[in-house]
Write a protein of this length. Structure first.
Length: 100
């Protein structure tokens, strides 16, 4: 997660694959729920469709939206938007590790 650049996002599944745990996106979410490292950029991790996983009106959701917006990420109705098109496409924001 620390490799995700400021202003970009990645899905839980991408993080799981990068950690050598393909198919374990839920495990990543569970581990993040117990995170106490303030320096970890957890706010850059989203569902694969660009939605924030926290329930509406929760403090975690509000914090994640605020953190993403402070990095220039457009969040509309709990979903990250492509800043170039303003639509649902996330291509300009999605981070993926380089092929190795």
């Amino acid at each position: 997660m620390r490799a995700i650049p400021r202003g970009q996002v990645a899905g839980y599944g991408v993080i799981a694959r990068r950690a050598g745990l393909p198919g374990r996106a839920r495990m990543v979410a569970r581990l993040l729920s117990g995170n106490d490292d303030d320096a970890l950029p957890w706010h850059r991790v989203l569902r694969s469709d660009g939605r924030i996983a926290f329930p509406p009106d929760s403090p975690g959701r509000a914090e994640q939206i605020q953190r993403l917006r402070s990095e220039g990420v457009i969040v509309d109705n709990g979903r990250v938007r492509d800043r170039l098109r303003g639509g649902d496409g996330l291509d300009a924001l999605l981070w993926a590790p380089p092929d190795t």
